[in-house]
Design a protein around this ligand. Structure first.
Ligand SMILES: [Zn+2]
Length: 254
């Protein structure tokens, strides 16, 4: 081998030490060759029905303060997909989250309708309403948080054939997930922990919720268990935008 290198060097094919390999390299849409990275994402849903439950005091809060407090305390970056209606309900909190460099604010529509039918019982919206959902959520989130959102997650992950182009035409990039936490309506913390651990992978995007209440009652407990385990397995937490080249985000959807 030394002889070969000497011969190549003599031919000036090797003129300098080999450059170090980049810290990570995308091999295909959702995988990287080094550094186990994982993005925690939390959706802040809000529908007219959820608002009603607040008004009637059947639900006291749709904001999981315990979860955010934990992420803050342990300096865990996360991407937060806010609906416009959630930000209108919690403007002070939305602003504080946007000011916190730990968090990335993303868009989850205005009122959380289904862009396809059926979609987990969500109300279906037509094309004009879809445009309004995208335009209005962007405007509301900008007005409240100061952030012009660029990442978008379809409510329920439901989308029709032309919706991706529509979303892109509004200056938004659709983002899905690769790891389903199953925290929605789950009363069992252990099952959420197991769901994530069994699917955890390098370049993964975990979908969970920051609503608490009856819709996601065990998310904080599960995350508190998951974070130390994932760290012990060598994962580092990143924001979605740090995880992948922006054009690949859509591909990382089940
Ligand atoms: Zn949602």
């Amino acid at each position: 081998m030394d002889t070969l290198i000497a011969a190549l060097a003599a031919l000036h094919i090797i003129t300098a030490p080999l450059a170090p390999i980049a810290s990570y390299t995308a091999v295909h849409s959702c995988e990287f060759t080094a550094n186990k990275r994982i993005a925690l994402t939390f959706d802040a849903d809000m529908t007219a029905g959820m608002e009603k439950l607040l008004e009637t005091h059947e639900v006291t809060s749709w904001y999981n303060r315990d979860l955010i407090h934990y992420l803050n305390r342990h300096q865990i970056p996360a991407t937060l997909f806010l609906t416009g209606m959630w930000a209108e309900t919690y403007p002070k909190e939305a602003r504080a989250l946007a000011r916190n460099p730990l968090f990335e604010i993303a868009n989850h529509s205005y009122s959380h309708p289904g862009f396809a039918h059926p979609c987990y019982g969500l109300e279906y919206v037509n094309e004009a309403q879809k445009r309004y959902e995208l335009y209005h959520s962007k405007a509301v989130l900008k007005a409240i948080t100061g952030i012009d959102t660029t990442l978008f997650r379809f409510p329920g992950g439901c989308q029709a054939a032309m919706d991706v182009e529509l979303v892109r035409s509004m200056g938004l990039t659709p983002v899905g997930w690769t790891i389903v936490s199953g925290d929605a309506f789950a009363g069992d913390t252990a099952s959420i922990v197991q769901n994530v651990l069994s699917q955890a992978h390098d370049g993964g995007i975990v979908v969970a919720h920051m609503n608490a209440g009856p819709n996601a009652p065990k998310t904080a407990e599960a995350i508190k268990e998951l974070v130390p385990i994932l760290r012990s397995e060598g994962f580092i937490f990143v924001k979605v935008s740090e995880l992948l080249p922006i054009d690949d985000l859509l591909a990382c959807r089940e």
